[in-house]
Each structure stands twice: as C-alpha cells, then as structure tokens.
Design a protein around this ligand. Sequence first.
Ligand code: NAD
Length: 301
Amino acid sequence: MSAKIIDGKAIAAEIREELKKEVEEMKEQHGVVPGLVTILVGQNPASVSYVTAKQKTAHELGFYSVQDDQPEDIPEDELLNLIDKYNNDPKIHGILVQLPLPKHINEKKVINAIDPDKDVDCFHPVNLGRLVIGGEETRFLPCTPAGIQELIVRSGFETSGAEVVVVGRSNIVGKPIAIMMMQKGPGANATVTVVHTRTKDLASHCKRADILIVAAGVPGLVKPEWIKPGACVIDVGVNRVGEKKSEKTGRMIPILKGDVDFDAAKEIAGAITPVPGGVGPMTITMLMKNTVRAAQYAIGK
Ligand code: NAD
C-alpha cells in the first residue's frame, strides 16, 4: 500500500493561521506586534531568496519586520554593533542573521552576540543548553527540528515509546531533533538512536525505526529495504541534482531530491515527506512561531 504523503505546505499553512490569531490577540490585548529583523550580509542568491521568503511570511502574519542588508565587506565589529542595536530595540523581538557569513566574520562570535531572548533561530549556546535541559527551561526550539516534530505529531504518529532513528548529527538538525524526541513530554518520550558517517551498519539501525528522520545531505542514501513497513519517514535532505526548465516561468530551476529514495520508499512506509514540500515549508513557519514566542516572553518580562 502506498504511504500517506505528509504535506508540509498544508501543515505549515495551518500553523500560520494559528499564529495569525495569536498575533491579533497580542495586538488587541497588549498593543504589541511581534518584530523580526533579518540581517543579510552580501548578496548570495540562495541567502537572498531565504531572507525574502522569511520577510514575506512575517508580513503576511502582520509582524513588524525589518530587512537589514549589509555589504559583503562589513567589518566584524560593525556587524556586532548592529546586533547590539537590535538587542536594545524594544520593537524587535527576534534577530536572524542569515548564514553563512563571509569568511572574514567569525560566525560563532556573531551568534553569541545575539541576546538569547531574541535568538529566534535557536543557535545560541544558552538556548541549546536550555533545550537539552528541556521542560520549562526550554525557550525556543530550533526551526527545522521544530518543524519535523510538528509534522510527526500532526500526522498522528505516536512518539511515546517509539523507536526513532536520526541519520545525521549536525548542530542544526540531527543533534537537536534527537534531543527533542528523547525528552519527557508530548510529541517526544521516544527511544532515540543517532547514526552518522562512522556508524558501522546504517541499514540495521534504520530498519528498527518506527520514525526515521534523515538529515544527511546525500541524495538517495536511505534505500527502501532499510525502511520498516508502516514507518513514518521524515526526509530533511535537500540536494540539487540538476536543473530543469520551469513550466510556469520558463526559467531554469534546480531539481531537488531528498536523502530517501522517495518513489520506492513510499510503497513501504506508512507516511513520508516529499522533497520539496515536506520539511522545507515548515522551517520558516517555525521561525515565525519563535518570534511570536519571543514577543510573548517580552510582554511577560
Ligand atoms: P550537515 O552536512 O551539517 O550534516 C550531515 C550529517 O549527516 C553529518 O552529521 C554526517 O555525519 C551525516 N552523514 C553524511 N553522510 C552520511 C552517510 N553517508 N551516512 C551516514 N551519515 C551521514 O547537514 P545538515 O545541515 O544537517 O543538513 C542535512 C540535509 O538537510 C541537507 O541536505 C540540507 O540541505 C538539509 N536541510 C534542510 C532544511 C530544510 O528546511 N528543509 C534545513 C536544514 C538542512
């Protein structure tokens, strides 16, 4: 039987509707509008398109949003001063510095300069520490892992007691989603295994997974025979494998593939995310959710 296709676009739209209501209530009850600044250094085309999409979503949700473009050669101390300015701006609740940054700028220094209460990407060590402790201590959830968790929960999969296998151990996806899924609490309570490039037998671990989360960046890494029948498969990978002409615009656009052999896997899995249209649309939505949370925390301070 063919798997249920988990529609990231539809679930993201559902969450955005919920956020819109929260924004309206906040405005009415407290006169506060969530404020998000996206800082872009240079004009890397991929970064420009990510930042544009984030700004567009922020506008749609009724945020106060600022797009701050800086030249590629901005000195590091000037960028740090700019972050400090937004740290002290009460209209701004969330600060996002689009990565990667040019080589002359130390990314760690920049991330660490953001006020943890405005760190809506959840990259600051303080917020990652809070995430590890869990429960009430958690302030923000990192955007892609938060999107993954929402997709699993809103698709009706039971996480409590489930065997979750995470392929990949990056700081932005693999590690945080593994921590989130093992926490005590709703949408978690799972038994988690993390596999990576040094894992001896990837297949045997994946075969155990009730929920398989793949974030390796290797097209077609996960073979259909590695999937447990009925499993929930979340494919985070976004790999450019070529180009094609867009039917809509006639322009060349990238052909994207996930880390899972989708066509074969969907005949075995119980549910699976497509690439594109699965995890991707969720990431920006969860950034918006963090900005709303940041504004709520600021009201409560
Ligand atoms: P990364 O390169 O930082 O980490 C990849 C991880 O996968 C590493 O820990 C590595 O050990 C593991 N890995 C790589 N090859 C492997 C192999 N052959 N066997 C086992 N493990 C292997 O990547 P990342 O930032 O975590 O991103 C992973 C993928 O997810 C990329 O394709 C990226 O584009 C995509 N991504 C998508 C979104 C989204 O919003 N849709 C967000 C972040 C990342």
